[in-house]
Ligand binder design. Structure first.
Ligand SMILES: [Zn+2]
Length: 343
């Protein structure tokens, strides 16, 4: 049979022989977001023999993605990422069950996508959806792997039942503007590969039936030449994994959107007030379009290539509240803010 020997080299690795490969074939994973991190993670898990891979992503492939989003090629420009990823992955292993959904993962929909999933790989490009994912996974005792990359930095951490969760490490989402985004600070394809590789290295053994690794945040900065494993422990005061309070899932935390009637605009109020001044906002937004400062605000036009080709204008107030003009879709507005404002 054509497929014979496909996983031979993997089976030779301690823990991946015998029934482990069958466990991988029976496993279901969710790749939450299929940008750069999700592409590399999905490629690795399908090649490793995971039987069912569910991909959820709301965006379409843009030219600036091709530098690092390894499942996509020139011919995929304009195609929804989830669909392009599925097509590519199906050519890699036609026997794998690849499910693709063109959608964002929201409070209302996350449980649909988690149904039957053994482990979740984080492919998000912002912090806030990670808190939602953390809530849902901790609630269910479902393992997930935090994964992030920006500029020359890469991070990954396994969250599993009984271990520390995201909120043990970072109790609250960062203020809007506190962190850069790949749209403002850039990212190297190599940082993505390292972060995604670390993520799959932490998650795949769980799916193969091995015990979780000692809780740690893997943190790599290639510019500094530093590769660190930082010990993390459960915080006895953690509201999530200890207190069993799921603020993001229940809507007590998180950005709030409101359609502004008659203005063809959506207001996005951040979960945590912003920390940037006008100069900071102008610098943050410069790569995303043409912006000027006004009284207590910064406003301008977004480069269409930064928002899926749409013609959008953005007004940002000093507390991080933003109005996205040119759409009435709260999900589009929230996505734009996550990408260009950072958080
Ligand atoms: Zn916790």
């Amino acid at each position: 049979m054509l497929d014979a020997g496909r996983h031979d080299r993997q089976r030779l690795v301690a823990g991946f022989g015998g029934p482990a490969q069958d466990r991988l074939r029976q496993a279901s994973v969710l790749v939450a977001g299929c940008g750069a991190l999700g592409c590399t993670v999905a490629d690795l898990v399908v090649r490793a023999g995971v039987g069912r891979v569910v991909i959820v992503d709301r965006d379409v492939v843009e030219p600036s993605n091709l530098q690092r989003q390894t499942l996509f090629a020139q011919a995929d420009l304009g195609v929804p990422k989830a669909l392009a990823a599925r097509a590519r992955l199906q050519t890699i292993d036609p026997s794998a069950r690849i499910e693709a959904w063109v959608d964002s993962i929201e409070r209302e929909s996350i449980d649909d996508y988690l149904d039957g999933i053994d482990l979740v790989f984080d492919g998000f490009d912002a912090m806030e959806p990670r808190y939602l994912l953390n809530d849902a996974c901790v609630r269910d005792g479902r393992p997930w792997v935090y994964c992030a990359a920006i500029a020359t930095q890469a991070r990954a951490m396994l969250v599993h039942a009984g271990g520390p969760c995201l909120r043990c490490v970072w109790p609250d989402a960062p203020p809007t503007g506190a962190l850069g985004t790949c749209d403002s600070a850039g990212v190297l394809g190599s940082s993505i590969a390292i972060a995604a590789g670390a993520s799959v290295s932490l998650g795949l053994p769980i799916l193969a039936g091995m015990p979780p690794t000692v809780p740690a945040l893997v943190s790599i900065d290639t510019a500094q030449g530093s590769w660190r494993s930082i010990s993390v422990a459960r915080d006895p005061a953690c509201p999530c994994c200890v207190g069993r309070r799921f603020d993001w899932l229940e809507g007590a935390s998180g950005a709030a959107t409101a359609v502004l009637c008659g203005r063809h605009a959506v207001q996005v109020r951040p979960a945590v007030a912003a920390v940037l001044d006008q100069a900071g906002w102008l610098a943050r937004l410069a790569p995303s379009g043409s912006f000027t400062a006004g009284e207590g605000l910064v406003r301008g036009t977004l480069d269409p290539s930064r928002c899926g080709g749409a013609a959008l204008e953005l007004t940002v107030f000093m507390d991080g509240r933003a109005i996205v003009h040119g759409t009435t879709d709260p999900a589009v507005a929230a996505a734009v803010c996550e990408r260009v404002l950072g958080g």
